[in-house]
Design a protein around this ligand. Structure first.
Ligand code: MG
Length: 388
């Protein structure tokens, strides 16, 4: 029986994780839960599964929960998250937190030798070298990626050494604006950007998919997870999202992972690897699909993708700056404070405003870069709003 700490329990990764656990009640048990503010849903999940230990990041929400459920152990804030992940009673952490708040819990889990099913890509983008160093220092710990592309690559690699890899190919659906002419990008509305063609996800990641920043962040995530140089990472637009990603080996063999777009597949893979358990989900009907299409990415219409490659190659704090500024800019776009194209413009402003650090990234530098980038992004947004 594997005891799981589920971070981000009320979001889509949380739902899918509960769906996997429900199919294998003799293998997995959810031991503790965490969410941002949704205490009602946390209470419902805890009651249904007899879970006694929970954390709400938001202090007000945590207080409300203690009022209605005095029998639960309710932790709060970052301290609460860190306490949950280092609990000796759990073996595995599913990190489905949204945004850079997910970074420190991943690090603490690695330091405590846990297996981390990592859906929070911001962890690797913000502090990739720090996590790499922690993994090297804690050989009992492991990270299995849940992000569908990285999980696909992980499955294709199947433990082979990275020296055998020529190229990692990350597939991208291209989002809702794959065919939109460039002159229409200035008028993209929030409602249009929230219509993702293949995956149902949270609002922030859906906007990131529309701008292709999601793929950009995934390129950086892949660089740090698999320790492959940027020159060996490519993005391929594949609109139907049937192939979740591929690995080209040095003998020219191309391995791909295919499947229905259901996050239960990579989550279960991360929980059971290297074994495979049965899973009730859809199955691909290849004759019904008929064709698989591939296109090169358009860096001109999707400048966020180029900015991510640039920030990745700059290294140091640049990915942390990109990630944090993007979070703030996307929130402002969702509030309708700025236009869609202000996201890449704001990112460029932030990347050119920060002074880059020398040497291997430290956690302190990553955290400082994250908060500075948010300030720069807010300043950019304030100026845009004042000009309206
Ligand atoms: Mg993904």
């Amino acid at each position: 029986m594997i005891n799981i700490c589920l971070l981000g329990a009320t979001g889509s990764i949380g739902d899918s994780t509960l769906g996997v656990v429900d199919q294998h009640p003799d293998q997995f048990r959810i031991h503790s839960l965490a969410a941002h503010t949704n205490w009602e849903k946390i209470l419902q999940i805890a009651r249904a599964r007899k879970i006694r230990r929970v954390c709400l990041f938001d202090a007000t929400a945590a207080f409300q929960l203690t009022q209605v459920a005095p029998d639960l152990e309710v932790l709060c804030g970052m301290d609460g998250l860190l306490e949950l992940v280092q609990d000796p009673q759990i073996q595995t952490v599913v990190n489905g937190l949204m945004g850079s708040v997910g970074c420190l819990p991943t690090l603490r889990a690695v330091e405590n030798g846990k297996t981390i099913a990592l859906a929070n890509k911001e962890t690797m983008v913000m502090a990739g070298p720090v996590i790499q160093d922690a993994l090297d220092a804690n050989p009992r710990a492991s990270i299995v990626p849940v992000d569908s592309e990285h999980n696909a690559i992980f499955q294709c690699l199947a433990g082979r050494p990275i020296s055998e890899v020529e190229t990692l190919l990350l597939t991208a659906s291209g989002g809702p604006f794959r065919e939109l002419p460039k002159d229409r990008f200035a008028h993209i509305t929030v409602a249009e950007a929230l219509k993702h063609p293949t995956w149902t996800m949270g609002r922030k990641i859906t906007i990131d998919s529309a701008s292709m920043m999601n793929k950009g962040l995934e390129v950086i995530e892949a660089h740090y997870l698999f320790r492959v140089p940027y020159d060996q990472i490519q993005v391929v637009v594949h609109p139907k999202s049937i192939i979740h990603s591929l690995v080209q080996f040095r003998d020219g063999s191309l391995m791909a992972q295919l499947g229905v777009p259901d996050m239960k597949v990579p989550i279960q893979c991360a929980l059971t690897w290297p074994e495979r358990l049965s899973l009730r989900t859809g199955r691909l009907d290849l004759p019904a699909i008929g064709q698989l299409q591939f296109f090169p990415p358009d860096f001109d219409r999707f400048p966020c993708l180029q900015l991510a490659f640039d920030a990745g190659r700059m290294g140091g704090i640049a990915p942390a700056v990109l990630n944090a500024a993007n979070e703030v800019l996307v929130a402002a776009f969702l509030d309708e404070s700025i236009a869609f194209l202000d996201i890449p413009r704001g990112l460029e402003f932030c990347l050119s405003s920060v002074s880059m650090s020398e040497g291997r990234l430290t956690l302190a530098q990553a955290l400082e870069a994250d908060s500075n980038a948010r300030e720069f992004a807010r300043a950019y947004i304030a100026r845009k709003v004042s000009l309206k």
